[in-house]
Design a protein around this ligand. Structure first.
Ligand code: HGY
Ligand code: MN
Ligand code: MN
Length: 426
């Protein structure tokens, strides 16, 4: 590294200790974590991480949606070079998704403090509320509010899959903060995250220089048919919500199979009522998650699904109501930040692959307000959203060291401002 602090390295043991300690909150079999947004487990995780932030003397600010930003001053005031991610998890979460980005950011700042390195600009590490969107859709809810993409009041009124409301739960866990939303735009934002796929591992690369994030479309379908006797109801007289839900799930897979390329499609939630062996389901609810790096193809997949659903409703004599839960277009990250990620990783001796992200991340929201990029490290067997999620400690430490030197580079270098070129593909 050809800059004055090129020799600096993070304390890998300290990072691994913190990851392990955070993983003891909301533990599930297999070594993973279950900390759905705004639950007691999320509060416990927030308490632990904010304690670590305050112990470092950072200025910890909590905003109206519960986002937490911890800042270390620089020589000059003004927008911070920011990193961060999330510490909420899905119900079947691993211990690295999101947590790595927050704890590596904390580790980078502690390394700078230990080394007495004063940065030009403030440095900050954040965790954003409800990145997963699994309890309260959409995903990246907190960072979307942080960048002004969703009004605070609308976000606070969001109802969860369990009937709870964001504002009430934020009050209950004591994390509705006083600081305003939208939050201050950083000088730049870089997020370290596990890849959650198998591209890096398959290619033998340690670091991913992420070029952008694919588009996301979440829809909840509520199906109303007629509960009836499984034995006495002739097939041509049924209004079977269960059959319709299953047909939609099969069609969702067909869409991805037919379109190929980067199109992915998932039915993650499926609920039949009354959910009994001898009753034709009267009602059903299911969710569909469609994603593609190409906006036009994602729109095509949505239209295909909508037409199929209309046809099923007509044929079975049922009502099907669609509710959009999330819709984000593909995002291309700032080219010079992506170059800084790749160049920094290469100068630290790592094999680097430029690649899009299949998963959604807070960085895709921060890209709306400042030059933004992401660093990936490999996921073993590409597994994530599963307690078996694993990344080799050497790769975790490598990612954190790359993050350290990227933040130092962004603190010093000028880089092109603003969002990527219009229509830039990821
Ligand atoms: O859904 C996602 O891609 C992310 O895990 N929130
Ligand atoms: Mn994540
Ligand atoms: Mn996730």
């Amino acid at each position: 590294m050809n800059h004055p602090h090129g020799h600096l390295r993070i304390d890998g043991d300290r990072l691994m200790r913190r990851l392990a300690e955070l993983a003891t909150i909301g533990p599930i079999d297999g070594g993973g974590s279950s900390r759905l947004a705004l639950t007691d487990e999320d509060r416990e995780g927030r308490d632990l991480v904010t304690t670590w932030m305050r112990d470092l003397g950072l200025d910890v600010r909590i905003d109206g949606i519960g986002n937490v930003v911890a800042t270390r001053p620089g020589r000059i005031d003004g927008p911070a070079v920011m990193t961060g991610s999330h510490i909420d998890t899905v119900r079947s979460g691993g211990r690295y998704d999101g947590n790595l980005g927050v704890l590596a950011g904390l580790e980078v700042i502690e390394t700078l403090i230990d080394a007495g390195v004063e940065t030009e600009h403030p440095t900050a590490v954040a965790f954003f509320t409800d990145e997963e969107g699994a309890r309260y859709p959409p995903d990246m809810l907190g960072s979307l509010v942080y960048v002004g993409g969703l009004g605070l009041e609308e976000a606070l009124d969001t109802e969860g899959i369990d009937g709870s409301v964001v504002g009430d739960e934020l009050d209950r866990i004591g994390y509705r903060g006083p600081h305003p939303c939208p939050g201050p735009a950083p000088r730049a934002f870089v997020e370290l995250h596990i890849e959650q796929g198998s591209v890096l591992e398959a290619g033998g690369h340690t670091i991913g220089a992420v070029t952008g994030v694919q588009g996301i479309s979440w829809t909840e379908f509520t199906i109303t048919g007629q509960a009836n006797h499984a034995g006495t109801t002739p097939m041509d007289l049924r209004h079977d919500a269960g059959w319709a839900a299953a047909a939609i799930a099969v069609h969702v897979r067909d869409i991805a199979t037919r379109m190929g390329g980067r199109q992915v499609a998932t039915v993650g939630r499926l609920d039949l009522q009354p959910n009994l062996v001898n009753v034709v389901a009267g009602t059903a609810a299911l969710t569909v998650d469609l994603r593609n790096t190409d906006e036009a193809l994602l729109t095509e997949a949505e239209a295909d699904l909508a037409a199929f659903v209309d046809g099923i409703a007509e044929a079975e004599g049922i009502q099907i109501e669609a509710r959009g839960l999330a819709r984000f277009e593909p995002v291309a990250f700032n080219g010079s930040v992506v170059d800084t990620v790749a160049g920094t990783a290469e100068s630290l001796g790592h094999a680097v692959s430029r690649m899009p992200s299949g998963a959604g991340h807070d960085a895709q929201m921060m890209a709306r307000v400042c030059p933004t990029g992401m660093v990936f490290v490999p996921s073993r067997d590409g597994i994530s959203h599963n307690p078996a999620e694993y990344t080799d400690p050497a790769d975790l430490v490598a990612g954190a060291n790359v993050l350290l030197h990227i933040l130092l580079a962004l603190d010093n270098d000028a880089f092109e401002e603003g969002a990527p070129e219009e229509g830039e593909t990821i």
